[in-house]
Design a binder for this molecule. Structure first.
Ligand code: C5P
Length: 216
């Protein structure tokens, strides 16, 4: 049973990893299957929302009635989000964005050296997409995810305030990677709200209901 709790709302979601090229054949990426973000996109569409899914490289099918925009790097993801966020009521950042990219992408494949010398790579920080969108004028209702390996609630609340967002969904990192199940805690101004462990599909419907309730 699904309500039309987001009927008429525009929802922007990021999902999957980003891929930061080192040269034409190599790159730096994060571990993310995209399952949670895609499940949320599906659940939001079921709840009547018009959903745009900005996705890094994944192996997943586009959910029914969801508009998917494929991107590769964090910068590409930010550009797409900036384009769609001003028309969005809700922004849910689920993507595992790479924190760094190489300062320069090599034009040609970096060759292995005969003397076993290794290349020196210089990294620069990627933009924080969620924080950028949240700090814009008249931002959509912003929801973030955080994977922590310890002090889930304390680190989560700190992260929520730093990013300036009303709602953060925190989970125990490694247990959630690639898994079909997930267990999360909702952190907002009202405090903490723990949800029971459930499939990512079921969790997505619950989270959409929780978000819709806070929006109203
Ligand atoms: O700071 P951290 O990476 O733990 O924050 C996670 C949250 O911030 C997630 O919602 C993620 O999608 C978002 N994020 C982002 N851009 C980044 C890093 C994280 O949107 N560069």
């Amino acid at each position: 049973f699904v309500t039309q709790s987001l009927k008429g709302k525009k929802v922007l979601i990021t999902a999957g990893p980003t891929f930061e090229a080192i040269d034409p054949v190599r790159g730096l990426t994060n571990r993310s299957s995209g399952k949670m973000g895609y499940a949320l996109a599906h659940a939001a569409a079921c709840a009547g929302a018009q959903v745009t899914l900005v996705s890094g490289p994944t192996h997943l099918d586009t959910p029914f009635q969801v508009t998917r925009v494929d991107v590769e790097s964090a910068q590409g993801m930010l550009d797409a989000c900036l384009q769609y966020s001003s028309q969005s009521d809700i922004f849910i950042a689920v993507a595992a964005v790479a924190d760094w990219r190489t300062a320069n992408v090599a034009t040609h494949k970096i060759k292995k050296q005969d003397d076993n010398d290794v290349p020196m790579l210089t990294f620069v920080q990627n933009p924080d997409i969620l924080q950028t969108i949240a700090s814009r004028n008249n931002p959509p209702y912003c929801v973030g995810f955080a994977a922590e390996t310890e002090h889930l609630i304390e680190f989560g609340q700190r992260k929520r305030l730093k990013k300036g967002i009303p709602l953060l969904i925190a989970n125990n990192g490694p247990a959630a990677f690639g898994a079909d199940d997930n267990q999360v805690v909702l952190l907002d101004d009202a405090g903490i709200h723990e949800l029971p462990k459930q499939s990512k599909i079921s969790l997505a419907h619950t989270l959409v209901a929780e978000i819709a309730q806070r929006l109203n």
